[in-house]
Design a protein around this ligand. Structure first.
Ligand code: HEM
Length: 518
């Protein structure tokens, strides 16, 4: 490579105590850490640093981030870390994944020396189970219906016309939205068996990021204990449900029954079948189910909370959203199913709020490992290099998202709509709001990208918009104040808390009072 401009090693992110300070800041103040990465990336397209035992290269910018979605990069080694540390898979089962280098796509990766036979291509079959279950329109329609029904049961626990004090939005959704989604996806049995399973989930969820980096270890035994408690619950449910479920009927079930009470959705049954086929150990099965539930709740619930926080904070926006949602009401509806989801999902203002909240509160480090030698932004990276792109960098780019009145860091409900003049049936010109990303999609990655892009994104949007719409349309809501996690009053609104893997939790809860209208 003589005479070329390729520089061998990307610059290092500065730190006071080598190998320690950056890791410590990552654990204790991730937002500050990402801010420093953002600053460093202004003078270099790539910077590296050690996080615990892992050497990471950070990259930024819409185009550099998109480069990570090429086939020379994979998420597999990163998923292995999550499987091992955050979900506690056994080493024997991990080998089933690490031993398959053929990748998740239909055709084995070109660089693979020996691809396993098709029925052993574990990454591909896992990807297929996820795609078949989560990207399938019939399954999504069933989920949207069952979810509305189960969330309605939580809502109708409130008496019509009676003001209820002391509702904490995040705490409410962490239980009630999560319970409805769990039942829709996994059936009733899991919550009947463990009524406190959601508390165990949230206890483990707070540590997943730290566990995945392998930096929890001995100085954070609580993280390991929380993981093991939740995974054990998941495994016991699996064992019980598999015993009770009529597997003979299952052959037909797969075609006809979209939801049943013991194992829940087709997605869940497909997942269980896949786990049986690979004969995983009890410990690994518990971890797999734990990760599945993580996918289901860890991001939808904070994002639903942020949407409600923004809508409730601004009574004018609340009224506008309420009015807009009325267009998606089914004629002659029942209480348990009153929303036409495809119509709801196409409404411009609620979509704009959804996109804005994802833009501001999803702070993932998109992670890929190179499967071959790559030249990246004029640097030379060997096979096995780990690259991370903090979504916060493109998501908060002032030049892309900012306007003179609404800086990029600020929530603005109307950022993703345009007022269009349209001629109605009578020939009159009227103004109409239309949803539009205004050509900025290339700087927007809340669901990642490429082959490993989130397969649950359709489910997520449906669950979030349905929950928000059900609350806004059926309650009168008054803002009371902000509360700290210990329940005491706070003088300031919620901001992102640090430490979560993808969507940030609000560090303060919003206290409201509400009355159910119908
Ligand atoms: C607001 C909600 C959600 C957000 C922001 C989110 C975000 C993400 C992100 C950033 C990734 C990694 C993508 C990449 O590396 O390029 C991911 C992967 C994934 N998510 Fe989600 N997710 C959400 C909800 C869900 C839900 C509800 C499910 C399941 C029901 C789910 C299932 C998955 C799965 C299975 C993957 C792995 C995809 C693969 O590696 O092939 N997610 N998600």
């Amino acid at each position: 490579r003589q005479g070329s401009k390729i520089q061998r090693k990307p610059p290092r992110l500065s730190e006071t105590i080598p190998f320690v300070s950056n890791t410590w800041q990552f654990i204790t103040n991730k937002q500050r850490f990402i801010d420093r990465v953002r600053e460093a990336l202004k003078s270099s397209p790539i910077v590296s640093c050690w996080l615990g035992p892992l050497k990471v290269h950070f990259v930024a910018g819409g185009s550099n981030t998109s480069l990570l979605f090429r086939s020379s990069f994979t998420s597999e080694p990163w998923i292995n870390r999550i499987q091992k540390h955050a979900a506690g898979y056994t080493s024997n089962d991990l080998k089933k994944f690490t031993g398959d280098e053929s990748g998740g796509a239909s055709l084995p990766r070109k660089s693979t020396k020996a691809s396993p036979p098709p029925e052993k291509r574990i990454w591909h079959l896992m990807h297929r189970v996820n795609e078949d279950g989560l990207m399938n329109e019939n399954s999504l329609t069933t989920f949207t219906k069952t979810y509305q029904g189960f969330f309605n049961e939580r809502i109708t626990a409130f008496t019509i016309g009676e003001w209820v004090e002391d509702i904490h939005v995040f705490a409410f959704l962490k239980q009630d939205m999560a319970a409805a989604a769990t039942r829709s996806m996994l059936g009733h049995r899991i919550i009947d068996l463990y009524p406190d399973i959601l508390d165990a989930f949230w206890d483990w969820e707070q540590y997943t990021d730290m566990l995945a980096f392998g930096i929890a270890g001995w100085f954070n035994w609580r993280a390991v204990a929380a993981r093991d408690r939740f995974c054990d619950m998941c495994f016991t449910w699996y064992e019980t449900a598999c015993r009770e479920y009529d597997w003979k009927k299952a052959v037909h079930d797969a075609q006809v029954e979209e939801w049943e009470p013991i194992l829940g959705s087709r997605m869940s049954r497909g997942h269980v079948r896949w786990m049986k086929d690979f004969e995983f150990s009890d410990r690994t099965i518990g971890g797999m189910l734990a990760l599945f539930i993580f996918g289901l709740h860890a991001n939808t619930i904070p994002i639903g909370t942020w949407m409600l926080i923004e809508i409730i904070k601004n009574p004018e926006l609340f009224r506008a959203i309420k009015q807009e949602i009325s267009q998606a009401m089914i004629q002659g509806h029942t209480c348990s199913e009153f929303l036409d989801y495809p119509m709801l999902a196409a409404l411009p203002l609620i979509q704009s709020v959804y996109v804005e909240v994802l833009r501001l509160h999803v702070g993932i480090l998109l992670t890929r490992t190179s499967t071959e030698y790559v030249e990246f932004a004029s640097y030379d990276l060997p096979k096995g290099s780990v690259l991370q792109a903090p979504t916060a960098v493109p998501h908060l780019d002032e030049e892309i998202w900012g306007t003179p009145d609404h800086p990029a860091r600020e929530f603005w409900a109307y950022r993703h709509v345009e007022l269009k003049k349209v001629r109605d049936a009578t020939g009159q010109i009227t103004n109409r709001l239309e949803f539009s990303m205004k050509g900025r999609k290339a700087s927007y990655f809340p669901y990642g990208g490429g082959f490993h892009m989130c397969t649950g994104r359709k489910y997520a949007k449906s669950e979030i918009l349905t929950s928000v719409a059900m609350i806004v349309s059926r309650f009168d809501v008054e803002f009371v104040g902000w509360v700290k996690p210990d329940g005491s009053r706070s003088g300031r609104p919620a901001i992102d808390s640090t430490g979560n893997a993808v969507a940030s939790h609000p560090d303060r809860d919003m206290k409201i009072r509400w009355q159910r209208l119908w």
